[in-house]
Design a protein around this ligand. Sequence first.
Ligand code: IMP
Ligand code: MG
Length: 205
Amino acid sequence: MEGRIVLSELEDTVRVPSVDTEADARERDIERILISEQEIADKLRELGEQITRDYQGREPLLIGVLKGAFMLMADLSRHIRLPVEVDFMAVASYGAATKTSGVVRILKDLDHDLEGRDVLLVEDIVDSGLTLNYLLKNLRGRRPASLEVCALLKKTGIQRVHLDVKYVGFEIPPDFVVGYGLDFNERFRNVPYVGLLRPEAYRDL
Ligand code: IMP
Ligand code: MG
């Protein structure tokens, strides 16, 4: 009947990601969803509750590493039921688009003084761990009262340095992923889930 919405049709359009259609142009180069929006949301609620318990009575300073952590910071911080402050730093690691060199350049430094603060570094992904290793050393030198890390993703078994990441959302295989803040050549950051790229999408580079 015209004008009437059939529920089964509505569910098809609303719930099924349009990976195989042209409906959402963001998703054209994505082969498979690795972690869905719902899984991310559930995990962030859990992590936020854990952080709320662990920092009870304190006022942590959340430091987001741009640009990858912008979405995580927004969503995670809403689940931390404590007075927090938020700051960002921007870094770039030298190297090719999908590889890291471990040489990190600070493009934007923090506005806050870290001395005596309970600092929680919010990172998108720990891959080789070299970026995080560099950042932790740098931040430790600013004498915070405590320094912990929350990373949405950690690639299994490929860290080149030992790192203690207290809060980890998901351990994933060592493949290149995009979405939920993570980019390939600055694209895909606004994809609301974490997905795997079609190999054709980066073969040319
Ligand atoms: P790492 O130094 O190798 O641990 O990685 C440093 C940075 O590279 C991360 O913070 C990300 O911004 C980026 N990165 C690492 N792996 C991926 C990935 O699979 N997709 C997108 N960006 C990544
Ligand atoms: Mg990147």
